[in-house]
Design a protein around this ligand. Structure first.
Ligand SMILES: Nc1ncnc2c1ncn2[C@@H]1O[C@H](COP(=O)(O)OP(=O)(O)O)[C@@H](O)[C@H]1O
Ligand SMILES: [Mg+2]
Length: 305
């Protein structure tokens, strides 16, 4: 009786004080659905937030699985990477983030035991169709790794590397692209007076920005970053994060990070992977603040991983 009165009172005070949809869904959350999938050796039906449906995709991954010999590392991943946005790929170590990233530019082709099923498309063009020229494909994709890997040549030659490969000889063109790319990568002021010095003399953070400049100079359709800050100190990390922020809009970026703050600060969308499955994918704020699945919540709140 008393409880009923109280509830009536509460409703009349604020008729909209219903639990939020996400909270409500929380009570009905399937318990550890992903573990069931793992036990049954099944793909996991990812929770994809509807706002992704409104995006134009630069990259489409469709029922993509990957095996290293007998061991399956990716389980029927289906997801689109939005054009002009930053998408963060998060998940515990070994869940397949780098494998997925390397699959985009077919770097896994270099490993004999690898077998794939499913498709990926870059701006509509199949990445794995028979007859795809992998060299041409890779020109359309920029990749930056955990450890900066400048080539042992000058800063200038690093930046214009892709143009040289394409046979560009005009000094004015090379200089223009070099300056524009270094500016975009936030490295111009520090590098402009030492363009012809060895890139290996730059600090780690500068080297990583140089690698981003080198990738940008090739005008990639998508830029893949695999934990680009994990070898850097906090200040260098901050600069890379600012840079990613600035590149947003002009570039489509897919970035692996194990740093939750970094994902929440820099990305528009976040995809959570676990044990080779895509678990939940949506706007970063939703994934962090009101994830739909218990597995996601446990991970983003640091309960495991
Ligand atoms: N070259 C390889 N050969 C065999 N197994 C691999 C290879 N590279 C990665 N793996 C395995 O695939 C799984 C996913 O690895 P990875 O993509 O590196 O994960 P993450 O980047 O999320 O840490 C792991 O179990 C890892 O041991
Ligand atoms: Mg990795």
């Amino acid at each position: 009786m008393i409880r009923a009165q109280r509830e009536t009172a509460r409703k009349s005070v604020n008729p909209t004080s219903q639990p939020s949809a996400a909270h409500h869904a929380g009570h009905e959350r399937p318990v550890r659905k992903v573990f069931d999938a793992v036990r049954d050796k099944q793909p996991f039906e990812a929770e994809i937030h509807p706002s992704l449906l409104t995006e134009e995709m630069v990259l489409e991954v469709d029922a993509f699985s990957l095996y290293y010999g007998p061991s399956q590392a990716l389980w029927e991943i289906s997801m689109g990477i939005p054009k002009g946005k930053v998408t963060a790929l998060i998940g515990p170590s070994g869940c397949g983030k780098s494998t997925l990233l390397r699959s985009v530019n077919r770097m896994n082709d270099l490993i004999d035991s690898v077998r794939i099923v499913g498709t990926m498309r870059l701006n509509g063009d199949s990445i794995y169709a028979a007859g795809v020229d992998v060299i041409e494909l890779r020109k359309r994709i920029g990749m930056v790794f955990q450890k900066p890997n400048p080539f042992p040549m000058s800063i200038f030659e690093n930046v214009v590397y892709s143009l040289r490969i394409d046979g560009e000889r005009k000094k004015s063109v090379l200089e223009e692209v070099c300056e524009a790319s270094l500016r975009s990568a936030g490295l111009w002021e520090e590098a402009k007076d030492r363009l012809h010095e060895s890139a290996l003399r730059l600090s780690g953070g500068q080297q990583q920005r140089l690698c981003i400049a080198r990738a940008i100079a090739a005008e990639p359709e998508v830029l893949l970053l695999d934990e680009p800050c994990s070898a850097l100190d906090p200040i260098a990390t901050g600069r890379i994060e600012d840079l990613i922020e600035e590149l947003k809009g002009s570039y489509s970026i897919l970035m692996v990070t194990h740093n939750m703050q970094q994902a929440s600060r820099t990305s528009d969308y976040t995809a959570f992977m676990y044990l080779g499955r895509l678990v939940e994918y949506g706007p970063t704020e939703d994934v962090f603040v009101q994830p739909r699945l218990a597995e996601t919540e446990d991970y983003v709140t640091g309960r495991f991983g």
